[in-house]
Design a protein around this ligand. Structure first.
Ligand code: TXA
Ligand code: MG
Length: 329
């Protein structure tokens, strides 16, 4: 099972989503494993949202070249309220449309316990309460928030039957719960409530007009293609300090983010993404260590070279954006 296997050496089982399989799926998720499950929109690939390692393995399994922030799934609107600050608009939308194909982006609560990797270091969180008996039963059995992007390899279509999931992820996840065809068949509609007016980040299974009837007019992305893709709409986490990449030596006024067993001496403060040189561990630690290093009283953050393979590509993508002045899109 989970432990530290790489994404390509798992045995993937596909089971009908009966009570026994759901109980087993919950146990796998609690142990840090990966389970694909049906929701009313599309199949999601779930991991314990509070477990950095599990979330890192999820990105590895999807083969995402970037750390896009993930949607966190919970069983009830009351569970959602423990993760993110909700205002009157959020409460009204939750009351009207949850459970259902609506994802709300809200300010992340400091005590929410969700992995920083799951929200890609952002101070917001995308939350959804799915309306599907299997998803509901699984979330209740696990009893913690589950991060779940669509259960497809990066760059391919979202899966709406279990066979689609197996075609893309066989050998890369622990279990697929087969709950038949997803009734909506389109991803959830994503609304960002952390901005005023609220913004429609991704059209989806719930019509924008229905949302506007409750929350008022939504801002929509302008016609200039740059912000069309949902992954690019999220503001990227950017450290306040300058970042120096591929550092082989450090100075006393720098914080060092190291990787691997051989670490140059002399930094004001040193963090190590993975002393053993593991990329899953490094991804799991990336955002937490960037935040820590950014809090230190230093002139800059130096980061050692990270191998540009597997999850290393996503780590380097994020570091390069941060080094280039970060922020923005
Ligand atoms: O229907 C769905 O939403 C499915 C099912 C499994 O729930 N999930 C899904 O997840 O489509 P995914 O990862 O394929 O798409 C999630 C999108 C990301 O592209 C990202 O842009 C956006 O949600 N997102 C997540 N967190 C965000 C945040 N804090 N701010 C802005 N956008 C966010
Ligand atoms: Mg997707």
């Amino acid at each position: 099972m989970p432990s530290d296997m790489t994404a390509t050496d798992r045995e993937t089982r596909c089971l009908p989503a009966d009570a026994a399989a759901i109980a087993e799926a919950a146990a796998i998720l609690k142990a840090g494993g990966l389970v694909a499950f049906p929701t009313e929109t599309v199949y999601g690939l779930g991991a314990d949202a509070g477990n950095d390692r599990a979330v890192a393995r999820l990105f590895e399994a999807k083969g995402r070249p970037r750390f896009n922030p993930l949607i966190v799934h919970v069983a009830t609107a009351a569970d959602a309220a423990r993760l993110a600050d909700r205002d009157a608009r959020a409460a009204a939308l939750a009351a009207r449309f949850w459970p259902g194909p609506l994802t709300l982006v809200m300010k992340r609560r400091a005590d929410c316990g969700v992995s920083l990797l799951a929200s890609a270091g952002l101070d917001t969180l995308a939350v959804r309460v799915p309306d599907h008996p299997t998803a509901q039963a699984l979330l209740k059995a696990v009893g913690r928030p589950i991060a779940a992007p669509s259960a497809n390899r990066s760059g391919t279509l979202s899966p709406t039957i279990a066979a689609h999931v197996m075609a893309g992820l066989d050998g890369r996840v622990d279990l697929v719960l087969d709950g038949g065809q997803c009734p909506v068949g389109l991803e959830s509609t994503i609304v960002d409530l952390s901005v005023t007016p609220p913004a429609l980040l991704r059209p989806g299974g719930l019509a924008a007009a229905d949302i506007e009837a409750v929350a008022g007019p939504l801002a929509t992305p302008d016609a200039d293609g740059a912000v069309k893709s949902p992954g690019r709409l999220a503001r990227h986490y950017a450290p306040a300090h300058p970042i120096r990449l591929e550092a082989a030596a450090v100075t006393g006024d720098e914080a060092l983010i190291a990787f691997g067993p051989e670490v140059p001496a002399g930094a004001r403060i040193t963090f190590n993404l993975s002393p053993g040189g593991g990329l899953v561990e490094a991804a799991a630690n990336l955002f937490a260590m960037l935040h820590e290093a950014d809090r230190a009283e230093v002139a800059a953050i130096a980061v050692m070279a990270i191998p540009d393979r597997g999850l290393g590509r996503a780590i380097n993508d994020r570091l390069q954006r941060a080094a280039a002045g970060g922020g923005g899109h």
